[in-house]
Design a protein around this ligand. Structure first.
Ligand code: ADP
Ligand code: MG
Length: 263
């Protein structure tokens, strides 16, 4: 049986804004198991980003219990939160936040270098990941020399380089056209299937959210619906997965992601 990776119980978050208390999360109960792939949808302002930030230790709930990898986040010091974040969590945002003066390879190596790992160590891992996201031929390019989709692939490789258990993505394709979005989503499926990384992806793209094994709908700071299709993406065959994606994005529009060795 899969382990519980994220356990939220009655999670609340409020902000003080212009002298008023704004209740953004109003008691979230959510359990995510290791290896799951979960889409989070909901109207703008529903609290999706806030919930994702809380799961990622970038924000702390005001009330309730939130455990990630067995650690109660509301009780950890900021140092321990940073350690947990570095060791177990990867992020992908709508904007890639790559460093413009560094190559794709250096950008992907960066999280390891910051932790004091050697260039030699990181180079191999970074190169393998870039190849895996279809950018083996672009490793020396700087972000400004890459397309939007390619930049987001680099950001994805960077988020994975320290092998996080949990990958959190906040509208990772919000800035991309539909064809490129479908390709990036396809990569998320591949990462989940081949590495077993747990993925939580906030998206506006309903078709792609519906192609995921589980879709959580948030509304006014609460979980409105939680629909489970299969318990793990790995339970669906590759063919079925391709069919789901083809439904999500018109087939003619989807270019195959370049073949690469397994992650
Ligand atoms: P979503 O990602 O679903 O669009 P968010 O989690 O970003 O929603 O925001 C939910 C609500 O919380 C919004 O009304 C937003 O304005 C408010 N909010 C988010 N962060 C802050 C903050 N730091 N201070 C005040 N209000 C905030
Ligand atoms: Mg948001």
């Amino acid at each position: 049986m899969s382990e519980e990776l994220v356990v939220a119980r009655g999670v609340k978050k409020s902000f003080e804004h212009q002298g008023r208390t704004l209740e953004v999360l109003r008691g979230i109960d959510l359990t995510i198991l290791e290896g799951e792939m979960v889409g989070i949808v909901g109207e703008s302002g529903a609290g999706k980003s806030t919930m994702l930030h809380c799961m990622g230790t970038l924000d702390i709930p005001t009330a309730g219990s939130l455990k990630v990898a067995g650690e109660e986040l509301t009780r950890l010091s900021s140092d321990r939160l940073a350690t947990l974040r570095n060791r177990s969590i990867g992020f992908v945002f709508q904007f890639h936040h790559l460093l413009p003066d560094f190559s794709a390879l250096e950008n992907v190596m960066m999280p390891g270098l910051i932790q004091g790992r050697s260039r030699k160590d990181m180079q191999g891992a970074a190169r393998a990941l870039l190849t895996d996201v279809g950018l083996g031929h672009r490793v020396e390019h700087r972000p400004g020399e890459l397309s939007g989709g390619e930049q987001q692939r680099v950001a994805l490789a960077r988020a994975l380089v320290l092998e996080p258990k949990l990958l959190l993505a906040d509208e990772p394709t919000g800035n991309l056209d539909s064809k490129t979005s479908a390709q990036i989503h396809e990569l998320f499926f591949k990462i989940n299937r081949e590495r077993g990384t747990t993925l939580v992806i906030v998206t506006h793209n309903m078709a792609l959210a519906e192609s995921m094994p589980r879709m959580v709908t948030m509304k006014d700071g609460s979980v409105d619906r939680d629909e489970q299709r299969v318990s793990s993406y790995r339970e669906i065959s590759a063919a079925a997965a391709a069919a789901r994606l083809a439904e999500a994005a018109p087939a003619a529009e989807v270019e195959a992601v370049p073949a690469a060795p397994s992650v």
